[in-house]
Design a protein around this ligand. Structure first.
Ligand code: BEZ
Length: 218
């Protein structure tokens, strides 16, 4: 069976630059509609299941750093196949056990209609759980970055914040973020497209590898 046959009928999956598909669903803060979250950044993320060890650590860590997302004008929205009442019971347990209240919405997606539209469910999966997909959606509703972790590996909250800082800084400065960049470090200037500048550059790399101004939080 070739790859074309294997994936026939499966959703293409979303790509960077696509508009995040809109949806309306029940959530732990009431009904939500994705497009109502425009004008701010939004991190939409899926988790495999409520009441599981790695997911619990992720939610506790996110709730403890909720202010860091607020400072970056970024809302959080979680999603899994579990029912609204399962989400409620899990949040109550997390509050009682870890002394932290999760106030960002957790969406229920029992039919996986949202998970499938976003490609959060692997076509090969035997169960119907979503994997740890994360979508960084800008204030115009465009998906700017995506990550996908397996069920047995928890996400890094500092890396989520670094991604957000990077996306916001490259927009503000029309620049590029180098490897391991963090807020306050120099960004890079997009390379010239002018051959005269290439020949005029002071050395072999100056025309394409140059520091730009420092990324600043708006
Ligand atoms: C977890 O969150 O710990 C988990 C969820 C699904 C499968 C395996 C682990």
């Amino acid at each position: 069976m070739d790859m074309g046959e294997k994936y026939e009928g499966a959703p293409r999956g979303l790509r960077i630059g696509d508009t995040a598909p809109d949806f309306e669903a029940r959530s732990t803060i009431g009904p939500v509609k994705l497009t109502n979250f425009r004008k701010r950044w939004l991190i939409l993320f899926s988790h495999p299941a409520d009441f599981t060890p790695v997911c619990t650590t992720e939610f506790v860590a996110l709730a403890r750093q909720a202010d860091d997302f607020e400072k970056r004008d970024c809302a959080l929205m979680a999603l899994s196949v579990d029912s609204l009442f399962s989400h409620f019971a899990w949040l109550r347990m997390i509050r009682d056990r870890f002394d932290v209240e999760i106030r960002f919405p957790i969406v229920e997606d029992p039919t996986l209609v949202i998970g499938e539209a976003y490609g959060m469910v692997s076509p090969q999966d035997s169960d119907s759980a979503t994997v740890r997909s994360t979508y960084f959606i800008d204030p115009t509703g465009v998906i700017r970055a995506m990550t996908c972790y397996p069920a047995n590996m928890g996400r890094s909250i500092p890396e989520m914040l670094r991604m957000l800082d990077g996306l916001q800084a490259i927009d503000a400065e029309n620049a590029l973020a180098p490897a391991n960049w963090t807020l306050g470090e120099p960004l890079l200037t997009p390379p010239t497209q002018d051959l005269d500048e290439v020949f005029a550059a002071k050395d072999q790399t100056a025309w394409f590898l140059r520091e730009a101004s420092r990324g600043k939080r708006k």
